[in-house]
Design a protein around this ligand. Structure first.
Ligand SMILES: Cc1cc2nc3c(=O)[nH]c(=O)nc-3n(C[C@H](O)[C@H](O)[C@H](O)COP(=O)(O)OP(=O)(O)OC[C@H]3O[C@@H](n4cnc5c(N)ncnc54)[C@H](O)[C@@H]3O)c2cc1C
Length: 565
C-alpha cells in the first residue's frame, strides 16, 4: 500500500505549490489528480495575480482593498499574511520562469483590476494561469525522486484513523477502475471549487466540489458557503469568461441606451468597482429593461475603446474567445455579456497554515476558506491565495510529518465501503433519471434562486428541489458498466458531491438574513454588522443535514465602514 508523509489531492496551482514546498522541506510527497495536472482548472486563469510590488504600493493598501472587497467578512489576520507575502511569492514565480509581462523600462508591468486602489496585477497576457501552472509542473519534475505523481486518480473519500485523525485517502485509478487505499501522515485537499453546481458557469466540467464534500462528509466544517461570486463579464450564450483584464485595460460597460451605468453605482471606480457591485449593477439594468440583445438579457462590454494594438498584445485570448464563441471581433464592436457564476468564496474552514480541525487534514486554494475573500473576492486574489496558502500548508504538513509515525487506519473497511458504493452505482437499473438530467436541473435551480439576488421564497424552493434531487441522484443510472476510463461512474459520484455543495450553499444563504458581499437578499437589503458580522460554519450532523454554528470575524486594523466605490 502506498504511504507518504504528505499526500496532496489536486494538482492545480494550490496543489502543485503545496507539493513543491513540502518536497523542499524534505518530505516524501505525493500529488494526486483526477485529470492530468496541467489540465487542472487553474490553467484557465486569465487576468493575473495581485501583489504590491510597485514602488508606489504597500501590502497594507492591498490588504485594505481586500478587506473592503470582502465586505468586512474576510479574516484580517489571514489577509495580512496573504498580502504581505505576495510580493515575495510573485518574485519567486518570476525567478523560476514565469514570463510575466514587462513594461518599456523592463520592469514587471502591472494592470488595473477591480476594487484595487492602484495597478497591482502582474500578468502574462491573458493566460496567466497557464503560464504559472506549466512552470510549477516543470519544477515538480525536478523533484521526481521525492514527489510521486498519481495522475488520473480519483479520490473517493478520506481515511480517518481510529484516533480521529486523517490517515490517507481511498482513490480509483481512472484508467483501470482499480480502487486503492493510500496512507499518509497528512492529506492536503487542493481540489478546487464547485462551479459546476451552477449552470452556466465559467468553470470547467471537472470543477465539481469534490474536496468540499469529501471533507464535509468526514466531519470537517465548511465556512462562508453562501458567498458565491458572479463575475460581471461572461458571454451571454455560453457563460465563458471574458477576463476582468478587459475592464482593467479600460473597456466600458453599456446598457441599451448606450449609457455607462456604473456611474450610478460606483462613480469613482466605475467598471472597476468590486465584482459583486458590478454584477448587481448589470442585473439591475437587465431587470429594469435596459439590457441588450434580443431578449434584453445582456449588457455590452465595449473593448473598442482600448487601443487595438494593446488589445491584441495583452488580451489576445479574449479576442479569440469573442470570435469563436460569440462571432464578434471585440477590437471592432461591443460583445454581449452578463453576470455568471465564477467562484466560491466559501469552502473547508482552515487556519492560516491550511489546517482544518481534523488532525492531519489540510486544505488550500479554492476548496478552502481561510477566509481571505469573505463576502467577495477581488479579481486576481485567487491565484495569490492558491500559492500563499498552498505553500504554507505544504510547509506545515512537511514539518508535522517529520515528528510523527505513520497513522493507523482500518483501510480494509473503508475500501470495502467505497467499492460497494461504486458497484451499486454501476448496478443501478435503467429507471428514473439520468445523472446528466439531474445535474442540469441542479445548475439551473441554483442559477435561478441562489444567484446575484436571493430571497427566502426562492431559497426555500431551491432547498426543496435539492432534497428531491438528492434522492434522485442516489438512484440515477449510468450507461457505462466497464472499468476503463469509466467517466460515467465518476460523474455519478461527482453529482453526490455537488448536491452536498448546493445544499450547504442554500442553507447558509437562508441563514444569513442580511445583504453583504455576493449575498444580496432582496428581503433583507441592508448589511447588518450588529447581528451578522460573523461567519456561518456548517458541519454534517448525524443524518439531519448541515448543522449551523457561527465563528467570529478576525479584525486586526480595519474596522467595518460603509463600502463605496
Ligand atoms: C476562466 C477563469 C479565469 C480565472 N482567472 C483568474 C485570474 O486571472 N486571477 C485569479 O486570481 N483567479 C482567476 N480565476 C480563479 C482561479 O483560477 C481559481 O480559483 C484557481 O485557479 C483554483 O486553483 P486550485 O488549485 O484551488 O484548483 P484547480 O486548479 O481547480 O485544481 C483542482 C485540482 O483538484 C483535482 N481534483 C478535484 N477533485 C478531485 C478528486 N476527486 N480526486 C482527485 N483529484 C481531484 C483536479 O484534477 C485538479 O488537479 C479564474 C477562474 C476561471 C474559471
Amino acid at each position: 500500500m502506498p504511504a507518504h508523509d504528505v499526500l496532496i489531492i489536486g494538482a492545480g496551482l494550490a496543489g502543485q505549490r503545496a507539493a513543491l514546498a513540502a518536497a523542499e522541506h524534505g518530505a516524501n510527497v505525493a500529488i494526486m489528480s483526477k485529470v492530468h495536472p496541467v489540465r487542472s482548472h487553474s490553467v484557465a486563469a486569465a487576468g493575473g495575480i495581485n501583489a504590491a510590488i510597485s514602488v508606489d504600493d504597500d501590502w497594507r493598501s492591498h490588504a485594505y482593498d481586500t478587506v473592503k472587497g470582502s465586505d468586512y467578512l474576510g479574516d484580517q489576520d489571514a489577509i495580512e499574511v496573504m498580502c504581505s507575502e505576495a510580493p515575495h511569492e510573485v518574485m519567486h514565480l518570476e525567478h523560476i520562469g514565469v514570463t510575466f509581462h514587462r513594461n518599456d523600462s523592463g520592469e514587471l508591468d502591472l494592470r488595473a483590476f477591480g476594487g484595487a486602489s492602484l495597478k497591482r496585477t502582474a500578468y502574462v497576457a491573458d493566460i496567466t494561469g497557464q503560464a504559472m501552472l506549466h512552470v510549477l509542473y516543470e519544477q515538480l519534475m525536478m523533484h521526481h525522486e521525492t514527489v510521486q505523481r498519481y495522475e488520473e486518480w480519483f479520490t473517493t473519500s478520506l481515511l480517518i484513523g481510529e484516533d480521529g485523525q486523517c490517515a490517507g485517502v481511498i482513490a480509483r485509478d481512472v484508467r483501470s477502475g482499480r480502487l486503492e487505499a493510500f496512507t499518509a501522515k497528512n492529506v492536503i485537499l487542493a481540489c478546487g471549487g464547485a462551479g459546476q453546481v451552477y449552470k452556466p458557469t465559467t468553470n470547467g466540467l471537472i470543477v465539481t466540489g469534490d474536496g468540499i464534500a469529501i471533507a464535509y462528509r468526514a466531519g470537517a466544517p465548511l465556512m462562508d458557503m453562501e458567498m458565491v461570486q458572479y463575475h460581471p463579464t461572461t458571454l451571454v450564450e455560453t457563460g465563458i469568461l471574458i477576463t476582468e483584464g478587459a475592464r482593467g485595460e479600460g473597456a466600458h460597460l453599456l446598457n441599451s441606451n448606450g449609457e455607462r451605468f456604473m456611474e450610478k453605482m460606483a462613480p469613482n471606480k466605475m467598471e472597476l468597482a468590486s465584482r459583486d457591485v458590478v454584477s448587481r449593477a448589470e442585473q439591475i439594468e437587465i431587470n429594469e429593461g435596459r439590457g441588450v440583445g434580443p431578449d434584453g438579457s445582456g449588457i455590452y462590454l465595449d473593448v473598442t475603446v482600448v487601443p487595438r494594438r494593446r488589445t491584441l498584445e495583452a488580451l489576445r485570448e479574449i479576442v479569440n474567445l469573442g470570435r469563436d464563441f460569440a462571432g464578434v471581433d471585440i477590437t471592432r464592436e461591443p460583445v454581449m455579456i452578463r453576470p455568471g457564476q465564477h467562484y466560491i468564496m466559501g469552502g473547508v474552514k482552515t487556519d492560516i497554515d491550511g489546517r482544518t480541525p481534523i488532525d492531519g487534514l489540510y486544505a488550500a486554494g479554492e476548496v478552502a476558506c481561510v477566509s481571505v475573500h469573505g463576502g467577495n473576492r477581488l479579481g486576481a486574489n485567487s491565484l495569490l491565495d492558491t500559492l500563499i496558502f498552498g505553500r504554507r500548508a505544504g510547509e506545515h504538513a512537511a514539518r508535522r510529518a517529520s515528528q510523527m509515525p505513520m497513522p493507523r487506519a482500518n483501510t480494509k473497511a473503508q475500501l470495502q465501503t467505497d467499492a460497494a458504493r461504486i458497484d451499486a452505482i454501476i448496478a443501478r437499473p435503467h429507471e428514473g433519471r439520468r445523472v446528466s438530467e439531474i445535474k442540469n436541473e441542479l445548475g439551473e435551480v441554483m442559477n435561478r434562486h441562489a444567484a446575484v439576488f436571493r430571497d427566502e421564497q426562492g431559497l426555500r424552493s431551491a432547498q426543496e428541489a435539492i432534497a428531491r434531487m438528492r434522492e434522485e441522484s442516489e438512484r440515477a443510472w449510468i450507461d457505462d458498466r466497464g472499468t476503463i476510463f469509466n467517466q460515467d461512474v465518476l460523474g455519478a459520484i461527482e453529482l453526490g458531491f455537488m448536491v452536498d455543495c448546493a445544499e450547504t450553499t442554500v442553507v447558509a444563504a437562508l441563514e444569513r438574513k442580511e445583504s453583504r458581499g455576493a449575498q444580496f437578499r432582496t428581503d433583507y437589503p441592508e448589511r447588518n454588522d450588529e447581528q451578522w458580522l460573523k461567519h456561518i460554519d456548517l458541519t454534517l450532523g448525524g443524518g439531519d443535514g448541515p448543522q449551523v454554528t457561527y465563528s467570529p470575524v478576525t479584525i486586526t486594523q480595519w474596522q467595518p465602514e460603509e463600502r463605496k466605490y
